[in-house]
Structures are given as structure tokens and as C-alpha cells.
Design a protein around this ligand. Sequence first.
Ligand code: TTP
Ligand code: CA
Length: 368
Amino acid sequence: MPERIVMEVDLDYFYAQCEEVRNPALKDKPVVVCIYSGRGGDSGAVTTANYVARRYGVRSGLPIFRAKQLLRGADAVFLKADLDYYDEVSRRIMNILRRYADKFEEVSVDEAYLDITERVKGDYEAAKQLALKIKSEIKQAENLTCSIGIGPNKVVAKIAADHQKPNGLTVIKPHEAAEFIAKMNVDKLPGVGAKTKSILESIGVKTIGELAKQDPQKLTSIFGIKLGNYLYNAANARDDEPVKERLEPTQFSRIATLKQDIQSVKEAEGYVEDLCRDLYSKVSSQGYAFKSVGVICVTDNLSTYSRSETYEHLLDSYDDLKTAATALLSRLLEEEKIKVRRVGVRVSDLVRKLGQKTLYEYITSKAE
Ligand code: TTP
Ligand code: CA
């Protein structure tokens, strides 16, 4: 059994790069992708920015007005985030990546782990060649760049991917791993945020190398067994966490607690609309349509009641979902005569929607 080799793929300045792809004229300008709060004007935050904008200090999470100040006079472009579009690009890229992995784990819209041990027979040179192939396929198919890290486990692979961006490729062999991370600050370790960082600082630990030399028992006494052990092992470049093949979801649901108990569908109307809107947006952004809809009601003594229905045809719109959920809720309330404290809506019997391009990819991936 060869030693494990893990790859992490992280798409570069993802939302902003997606915008550059569909409008190449943006490429040399600072591009800032924003989520507006809905309170008018520039109220809202930066989701991400391209590397041109980052040179001016623009970062994720910055208030939009601050980004505008930083970019005054720089001919910058501010865009409203188009999450559906980024999800669609992400889904196509994930479908490409999946084909290169023995085991595949999608971590977020723009990051994934690939266990490639078997595929490259434990050979780091072959792993590097595979990474170059992946980069070139993503570039060709979507005109996007990514940064890839390769290492003996997920922690090292992720730090390696972060090491050189954008369009980076960093390969860290097992015997190099501990030294490679030792000089970095502790917050380069995945999962170490501001809070853990400041506790570590208070015991005099700033770098990963310093963390690696701590007494593990001291770390578990401060952070608990799980985090303490993780920190100690990760700092020593050890991590047994497997790349977790995720199964396709079988259902999606949303539930809400009502301000007041309700007894009729009329009183629940606003809640049902909100739940369905939220749920539909989730399901469709993940690329699914559905055939079954269910509603669930919870009373104040926590008894639960539910109704569901499977339809002959595919449902694929907010209106379909709202109509189905309202009918089911109406039936449930008439039959049970209960006072409802929480209402939920669920969709199942999911069917993946295939656009033209994904259909093509689907067929070509089958043919391999
Ligand atoms: P990241 O991978 O953190 O960043 P990035 O892809 O924009 O840039 P990098 O080149 O450094 O990898 O986040 C992925 C996407 O998630 C990002 O394009 C926008 C979104 N995002 C937010 O909406 N809010 C946030 O606070 C962050 C950090 C990201
Ligand atoms: Ca990224």
C-alpha cells in the first residue's frame, strides 16, 4: 500500500475570476464582487476581489464604502455577486476534478480535496504531472486558474495550495512537510482562527514550529482532547483525516419557528413563502429538481406531524414548491386540528439537472 498522497485544489479569486471570464475587458482593472445588504446605497460587504484590487488593500469582508475609498480614481469595477452563476461554474469544475480522484471531497464552492494515492501509485512526480493536467483542463474548459497543493495529508495539501497563489502549484513530500510549515504563523493551520491564535499567543506560541514542540497534554488541557490533539498533530504535519467521498444529497429541508402558534394555512402563508424561497434557491443552486415535497409541523408539546406527496412530473420552480407545500399544509391542518409552533418544508427524490455542457461532460466522462 503506497503512502497517501492528497491534493487540494483552490480556485483563484473565484467570484471575481468568474466575472473576468464572462467579461474579459475587466481583466486589467480592479474588480470587486459585492453583496449588498438591501439597505440601499453602498451598504454591504466585499465577497472577494481580483488580484489587481487586492494590491490596493481590498479584501473579503470589507465594507463596500471602504473598498471604494481604497480604489478611488483606480477605474475599479464593482459588481453585485451572481451566486447562481458561480455555483454553475463550480459544479462544472467539480465534475472535472472528480474524474481525477480516487476519492473526492468538495469542501466549498471553490475548494476540493482529491485522494490520488492509487492513481499515481504513491509517486510525487506523477502527482505533480496530474496537477498540471488538471490545471490545463480547467483552463481549457472554463478559462479559469487555480492553485494546487500536494502533500501527504489534507492539512499539508491545504497549506501547500495556499502557499503560492494565484495559479500556483506546490508539492511537499512527506519528509519536507514539518519543516515546510514550521516557520509559518499558527493561523496558517486549517481551523485555527483568531480565537485559537490568541490563546496560543498567550502561551508564547506564534509559529507552527513552536506549536509542534509543545507538550501535547498541555494542549489538550487548554483546548480539549479533540482540538488539542489536532493542533499538536497538525503542527507536526500529521493528519489522518481521510478525504471523505460525499454522497449525493437525498433531500433538502428548511424549518422555521413561528412568532405565534398558528392553526390555519392562511396564518402560515408568509412563513411558507419564505421557507420555499430559501429552500428553492438552495436546491436549484445545487443543480437539482425534485419530485417529492413534504411539510412537517411541530406543536408546542413537540409532537410532529407530516404529509408528503410524490408527483409524476419533475418540480423545478419556486411556484411549484409553494403550491405543493401550501396544499399539503392545508390538508394537514384540516385533518389534525393542531396548534403549530414550527413549520418545515422538505424536497426529496432529487434529480440532477443537466445543462448542455454538463450533459456533454457527463457523456465524455462515462466514455473514459
Ligand atoms: P476564498 O477561497 O477564501 O477566496 P478567493 O477564491 O476569492 O481568493 P483566493 O485566490 O485567495 O483563493 O473564497 C472563495 C469564494 O467565496 C470567494 O471568491 C468569494 C466567497 N467569499 C465570500 O463570499 N465571503 C468571504 O468572506 C470569503 C472569504 C469568501
Ligand atoms: Ca479560492
